[in-house]
Design a protein around this ligand. Sequence first.
Ligand SMILES: [Zn+2]
Ligand SMILES: [Zn+2]
Length: 59
Amino acid sequence: MPVCPYCQVEMDDDLDTCPNCGITMIYFFKCQRCGQEFATTGILKFCPLCDADLSEQMN
Ligand SMILES: [Zn+2]
Ligand SMILES: [Zn+2]
C-alpha cells in the first residue's frame, strides 16, 4: 500500500488524494517512444505528444 510522502499515512491504491492531508499525488512518466517526461496528478494512459500507450510503463 502506498504511503503519503507528506504525512506517511497509508493510502488506498486507487486514491489520488491523501485522506489525511489532502495532498494530490503526483505521478511521473517518461514516454519510451518520444522520451518526454511528464508530471501529472492522475494516471496518464497516453503520451500527449505522440499518443504512445503509457499504461505499461508505470513503476
Ligand atoms: Zn498525507
Ligand atoms: Zn511520447
